[in-house]
Design a protein around this ligand. Structure first.
Ligand code: BJW
Length: 229
């Protein structure tokens, strides 16, 4: 029995047509993610930030999971509770491929959070026109995502899983954003083997026992085949 924790980032959804943040196509209307993904940016110009997330929520309707998402769902069907996917992504492509054990540490596009009462509600349409919170009625909804300076979701469950896993695999993430970028060192310190699957060496490649380069749509199904052989 092998307990596996998989960390995914924007690169796993790239072949589905979802832009990454720090590659060549990573700017949105000229803004770097650091300009729109902070509480300060939201306070300064909420409409720009709401439009950024509304555009990405609408674009979700036109994309599909790719072979990398499907391979992880296949792995869950074999490993069951021994696989946990921790994703930095706010899309729902893992779930649409069939994965059920997924933690969205940076939140979800299809969720809104009320700044008045704190309730998180499933949300599938735009937020730019100040809709009201279904729970308290305040026009105070924001995207339910984790911005710079905010604490990611599920940190206790993630560190518990890192502590007890035998294998930690990082897929399609630049290793530029903490705390996710530190998971490899934590998992390794707890005794796990560590593997990176990424288009190019990430900022954290040297921390992994092994790093393989290539598109996730090819590397992930091949790695899952290897693990299940
Ligand atoms: C492919 C591919 C293909 C392409 N196949 N691969 C100094 C030191 C350390 C930390 C800090 C520091 N100063 C500040 C901090 C903290 C800060 C931080 O990390 N800042 C950095 C800029 C240094 N972090 C925070 O503030 C976090 N909170 C925090 O630390 O709270 C304190 C705390 C933590 C824990 C416990 C208690 C307290 C919050 C971070 C929030 C990040 N939010 C965002 C936006 C919100 C969601 C959204 O809009 O989508 O999350 S930023 C953005 O970056 C998004 C992503 O999830 C995240 C990571 O990006 P990702 O996924 O790695 O994408 P890319 O584009 O960077 O990389 C894609 C990779 O894929 C590339 O390598 C490509 O090569 C590859 N690729 N195509 C395979 N086909």
């Amino acid at each position: 029995m092998t307990k596996v924790v998989v960390l995914t980032g924007a690169g796993i959804s790239a072949e589905s047509g979802v832009p990454t943040f720090r590659d060549a196509d990573g700017l949105w209307e000229g803004h770097a993610v650091e300009d729109v993904a902070t509480p300060q940016a939201f306070d300064r110009d909420p409409l720009v930030v709401q439009r950024f997330y509304d555009a990405r929520r609408a674009a979700l309707l036109g994309v599909e999971p790719n072979p990398a998402h499907h391979a992880l769902a296949r792995l869950e069907r074999s490993l069951g509770d021994d696989l946990l996917v921790v994703t930095q992504n706010i899309d729902d492509l893992h779930e649409r491929a069939g994965s059920t054990r997924v933690l969205h540490m940076h939140g979800e596009l299809l969720s809104a959070q009320c700044r008045a009462c704190g309730t998180r509600s499933r949300w599938e349409v735009g937020l730019h026109d100040d809709p009201v919170c279904p729970h308290c009625g305040a026009a105070a909804l924001r995207p339910d995502v984790v911005w710079f300076g905010e604490v990611p979701y599920e940190m206790d469950r993630i560190f518990d899983a890192l502590e007890s896993c035998d294998l930690f695999v990082s897929i399609g993430t630049s290793g530029a954003v903490y705390p996710a970028a530190g998971f490899v060192r934590a998992a390794r310190a707890y005794g796990a083997r560590t593997l990176e699957l990424n288009l190019q060496p990430s900022e954290g490649s040297l921390f992994f026992h092994e790093s393989r380069q290539g598109p996730a749509g090819l590397l992930v199904p091949a790695w899952v085949d290897e693990l299940l052989a």
